[in-house]
Design a protein around this ligand. Structure first.
Ligand code: ADP
Ligand code: MG
Length: 262
């Protein structure tokens, strides 16, 4: 039902003002909620809050979606999809981190465990939560990060790039340890870790315990210094057991391992 002339005029003006604010959803919410507000006897404050709330939640949702798409996750994995019965020891730790409080504190998360135990899944799920909480996120494998940083370094842009990357509240480095780093790569990685130390969060995943990182970085001292910075403010989640990928098969280890054992 069309309202009295005055409200038609007012709604026209709202349309104009909402466009000026680049908040077009306010126009729809204002019209739609006005009648409801009158019927329900809302105060002016209730009405204004409800209208603004629509705009803000729509913005957050579309912002989160944009951040998720920009992050470069390898797939959409959520905490709800994760079967914690398979990793009971990680349940309380992982769910506590889902709140995202670690991001405001610039703390890190390290996910350790054998292949197939859900490291990439959990890193992605926590990354998606971070996007939903308003943080910008970038996901890549350790090898991809090294490639990127090497190129930036070659262009003489490393320092600027590290500063730029700090605008991302969360950087995820998947698969540290699958491939060993060259000396130069290890140094670049060290600089990435150092530049984020106490400024912004990192999530790292690795199939190796920390004691194996010296071999990855080709240098025990560099590895120790890096682990020190990463772990100083970090939650370390140890995933255990057999690969989830192989859970319903009649095999409990990878063929290569069985071949070695027989
Ligand atoms: P990792 O990175 O540790 O090698 P992934 O996270 O890639 O392992 O997990 C391998 C596959 O198994 C993925 O498809 C992942 O979604 C699934 N997966 C692993 N652990 C679980 C789990 N506990 N609950 C549900 N899915 C899981
Ligand atoms: Mg993985």
């Amino acid at each position: 039902m069309p309202g009295p002339t005055t409200s038609v005029e007012a709604l026209k003006q709202i349309t104009h003002l909402a466009a000026a604010l680049k908040a077009p959803r306010i126009t729809q919410a204002a019209a739609r909620l006005a009648e409801h507000a009158r019927d329900a006897g809302w105060t002016f404050e209730d009405y204004l809050a409800a209208v603004l709330e629509r705009e803000v939640s729509a913005r957050n949702a579309s912002g989160a979606e944009l951040r998720i798409r920009a992050a470069g996750f390898p797939g959409r994995k959520t905490l709800d999809d994760f079967d914690f019965d398979h990793q009971p020891a990680a349940r309380s730790q992982a769910l506590a981190l889902a709140s995202g409080a670690y991001l405001a504190e610039h703390r890190n998360i390290v996910l350790l465990g054998p292949p197939g135990t859900g490291k990439t899944h959990l890193a992605t799920a926590l990354g998606i939560r971070a996007c939903q909480a308003g943080y910008r996120v970038l996901f890549a494998t350790a090898t991809d990060w090294i490639t990127r940083l090497t190129e930036t370094h070659a262009r003489g842009r490393l320092a600027a790039e590290l500063v730029r990357l700090r605008r991302y509240g969360l950087i995820i480095v998947d698969e540290v340890g699958y491939l060993p780093f060259e000396q130069d790569a290890a140094n670049l990685f060290f600089q990435l870790v150092s530049s984020r130390y106490e400024h912004a969060s990192l999530i790292l995943t690795s199939n190796l315990p920390f004691s194996g990182w010296g071999a990855v970085f080709g240098d025990q001292i560099v590895a120790a210094a890096m682990i020190d910075r990463i772990v100083h403010h970090a939650d370390v989640i140890a995933l255990k057991g057999a690969s989830y990928r192989l859970r319903d098969r009649e095999i409990d280890t990878l063929p290569s391992i069985r071949a070695e054992q027989s």
